[in-house]
Design a protein around this ligand. Sequence first.
Ligand code: IPM
Ligand code: MG
Length: 367
Amino acid sequence: MSKPSLLILPGDGIGPEVMAEVRKIIDWFGAKGGIEFDVSEDLVGGCAYDKHGTPLTDATMARAQEVDAVLLGAVGGPKYDNLDFSVKPERGLLRLRKEMDLYANLRPAQCFDALADFSSLKKDVVAGLDIMIIRELTSGVYFGEPRGIFKEGNERVGINTQRYTESEIARVARSAFELARKRSNKVCSMEKANVMESGVLWREVVQEVRDAEYPDVELSHMYADAGAMQLTRWPKQFDVIVTDNLFGDLLSDLAAMLTGSLGMLPSASLGAPMANGRPKALYEPVHGSAPDIAGQGKANPIACVLSFAMALRYSFNEGAAADKLEAAVQKVLADGVRTADLLGAEGRSPVSTSEMGDAIVAALDAM
Ligand code: IPM
Ligand code: MG
């Protein structure tokens, strides 16, 4: 049997640094964990633009369609701020999401015990928090037409379009309900049905899917602004949250920060099953390219490492290996190993990106 294939796209900023640590973990599983991958690496984002004049070449896109899973670091940086929109680093990522049709973006927000003190919220509000945001990822205002900056009379007007079809809403709703069945059987759907027709349709379709196919799952609806407020007030009232592309972008950053650091949060972007039964899949940390700390060995690789754990779980059916990797991360945190973003008032000194990776490998060895 051939080994499962992984395409690694480290990208820009801290992407390559955090991905180098994931490579150590992949190597560990190959050598000692009995799970070998056929790994290839390529460019995405600003580095691809620098080399090829495009943030994602057709060849890389084709490769991403062939492999069993893609692991991505981060894209973007100030160097590219003034590029035309069509070749900005972010377009590379958006093209991957769109052409692979990765409509369900799973963003867990989990508060590690060792870090509960570190959240900007009170400890009892976040301790033990474990919620999952499912963000629609291939439609909505990110992709709707018309879009652009146009001339209207003697001034310019900027236009983006929020657009959702019933089937786009229904399929991501199904992802949420399926996942809820494996957790606490509870979904909260968020939109702005009070001001947006797309929100009215969203609410109706999510309810219809629930009534017809998932009557056992508890469903509630919330306006997204109230959802943001409730997420900071008492996040543990939620289990699975399903929402659109733009609200999901905002709410997932908010949820991430509840846990103490953006540097901790992984994500999985999943599409329909391929011929081999595995879903189309791309895994990436929720944090961005963090150009301010890039190249300094300060970045926290945990979000990227946990993204690989999600790949083990959702693409390769290696739940036990994923549990083991997550436990290794917990162990390292419990031992007080901290990158700079995880330093509170305790007066510890931070470890570097690669020291954190080494500590996780050592924890795997010790298990
Ligand atoms: C995210 C990011 C992206 C988004 C950017 C980099 C295009 O913020 O994955 O949350 O807006 O979706
Ligand atoms: Mg975002």
